[in-house]
Design a protein around this ligand. Structure first.
Ligand code: NAP
Length: 495
């Protein structure tokens, strides 16, 4: 287990002398300590990245693809180590951590293919009428990218940024979440061993208010790619605006699922429970608002409660566990406060609402469902980021769409119905960057991921993720030769 900053393919203890603790969410016990970097560490990392960029931007997509494929193989070879570290640090069930590791290996392979595509694409010709210009567009890497990631999918969020940035020819300085920094360090070491040149990838551990702020302010950073809360995203955008850094923002959500009365109840209940409780509900696209059509509401909710109560909650390392603890004490406190606010506002707890029996240590919360919710309640309006589902009923399609879209967020939305035409219609009407029909919270890594409204700007994954690290550069050549003949230029005086 690595416990130092990773700069220029080397390990550094840092200079601040400050540290922070890594806490096992299943026990609440400290199991590692990491250096809390500041401006000096960020500067060292950005300097290493800037130096590496001169050579890295000159490589071909095919060169970079070779390294990306080697990274994918190295991740698979270190599957057990990465997954168990992720579960220890984040709390998620081991089966989910394995899924994350397998997915990130696929993502490095996908970006290897897309890096090769860049070579095939070459410079794109632009059709210009008139024949006076030969215009092409070359795609250039943006430069050095500062990446700031959250704690809910540490390896995935790291990879969604690092893999396309490497494929594009960019260099990166990553500041992972203080709550889950260990897997970023571990994978950085694996990536270096797989052959990535020194300085292309750097990791500085520390707090958002110190290392994160220093990264956003650093003049050597060309773009900030941020995933986290909407509040922090706004702050980062303001700071980045001071020297017009590019920003990519993947922010929060308050995602609805609309369930019509023609569904197969068993399947729909499972999709709703999956969307609400996978990863302890700590998913930006987590289903946190259920809109259920009147005709089946009672039957549906009865079954949903049964399924929810059968979810086995425990430490991520325990056999058969489908829900682990929340990531940290602050997150536990926040989720419990929302449960209290829901009760106080008059919502009815259908199931859950507290700590599971026998789990006195660690940050465990029962999967919880609230009924009798009204649109003004905080549990309906605000992102909770925990295993809390709020339910409202609707009569018809128009009402469902209106209630679903009545939110400041626009990340994901789901529609469950047996009527394919209605599924298409509702998916089109929902204000969200990602929509699912007859499934829920399925990540298609080839497709664009990101939100509208206050859920962010820009897209990750697929070719959209790669484009976000490229700048189109226009190259126009004047074909007729000679000058334009615009001015009444006097004849050159005879010598
Ligand atoms: P957060 O509190 O906003 O933190 C995210 C990252 O920003 C952390 O690394 C944090 O550092 C850092 N940070 C905090 N203040 C900063 C500042 N002033 N300058 C620079 N960096 C700063 O979010 P979180 O609680 O970790 O993550 C949960 C949020 O992420 C939810 O809102 C969720 O919806 C969102 N999310 C969105 C997506 C998506 O794809 N749209 C995916 C996953 C998560 P420290 O924590 O180390 O202090």
């Amino acid at each position: 287990m690595q416990s130092m900053h990773f700069i220029g393919n080397d390990w550094f203890a840092g200079t601040t002398g400050k540290t922070f603790d890594c806490v096992d969410p299943a026990t609440g016990q400290v199991f590692a300590t990491l250096p809390a970097g500041g401006a000096a560490e960020v500067d060292a990392a950005v300097t290493a990245a800037r130096q590496a960029f001169e050579g890295w931007k000159a490589t071909t997509g095919t060169d970079r693809a070779r390294i990306l494929r080697a990274i994918a193989r190295a991740i698979t070879a270190n599957r057990d180590r990465l997954a168990s570290l992720e579960t220890r640090d984040n709390g998620k069930p081991l089966a989910e951590a394995f899924l994350d590791v397998d997915t990130i290996a696929q993502i490095y392979d996908m970006y290897a293919d897309l890096a090769e595509d860049l070579d095939r694409r070459g410079e794109e010709a632009v059709a210009v009428p008139g024949g006076a210009f030969r215009t092409t567009v070359a795609y250039r890497p943006i430069g050095v990218v500062g990446m700031i990631t959250p704690w809910n999918f540490p390896l995935e969020q790291f990879t969604w940024k690092v893999a396309p940035a490497i494929a594009a020819g960019c260099c990166a300085v990553v500041k992972p979440s203080e709550f889950t920094s260990l897997s970023a360090l571990e994978i950085a070491g694996i990536i270096a061993e797989a052959g990535l040149p020194a300085g292309v990838l750097n990791v500085v551990t520390g707090l958002g208010s110190e290392a994160g702020e220093a990264l956003v302010r650093h003049p050597g950073v060309d773009k900030i790619s941020f995933t986290g809360s909407t509040a922090t995203g706004k702050r980062i955008m303001r700071t980045a605006a001071e020297d017009l850094k590019r920003v990519g923002l993947e922010l929060g959500g308050k995602n609805p699922v609309v369930v019509f009365d023609d569904v197969d109840i068993e399947a729909a209940v499972e999709w709703v429970a999956f969307g609400a409780f996978i990863n302890q509900g700590q998913v930006c696209t987590a289903t946190s608002r259920l809109l259920i059509q009147d005709g089946i509401a009672d039957r549906f909710l009865k079954r949903l409660v049964e399924v929810t109560e059968a979810i086995r909650v425990g430490a991520g390392t325990e056999e058969g566990v489908k829900m682990g603890p929340l990531v940290s004490q602050p997150q536990y406190d926040k989720v419990m406060a929302y449960i209290g606010a829901g009760r106080a506002a008059g919502a009815k707890v259908l199931t859950g609402g507290g700590r599971p029996m026998g789990r006195d240590a660690g940050f465990f919360v029962q999967p919880t469902i609230f009924a009798e919710v009204t649109p003004d309640m905080s549990i309906w309006r605000e992102e909770i980021f925990g295993p809390i589902l709020s339910v409202m009923r609707f009569a018809n399609e128009a009402e469902a769409v209106r209630l679903a879209n009545d939110t400041a967020y626009g990340l994901a939305a789901t529609v469950l119905t047996a009527d394919a035409a209605r599924a298409e219609r509702v998916a089109d009407a929902l204000d969200a960057g990602i929509t699912w029909q007859n499934c829920n919270n399925m990540v298609v890594i080839q497709a664009p991921w990101g939100g509208v409204k206050k859920s962010g700007m820009g897209r990750e994954l697929g070719r959209w993720g790669l484009e976000s690290f490229l700048e189109p550069k226009q190259k126009t050549r004047w074909l007729p030769g000679g000058g334009l003949g615009w001015y009444d230029i006097p004849a050159t005086a005879a010598e």
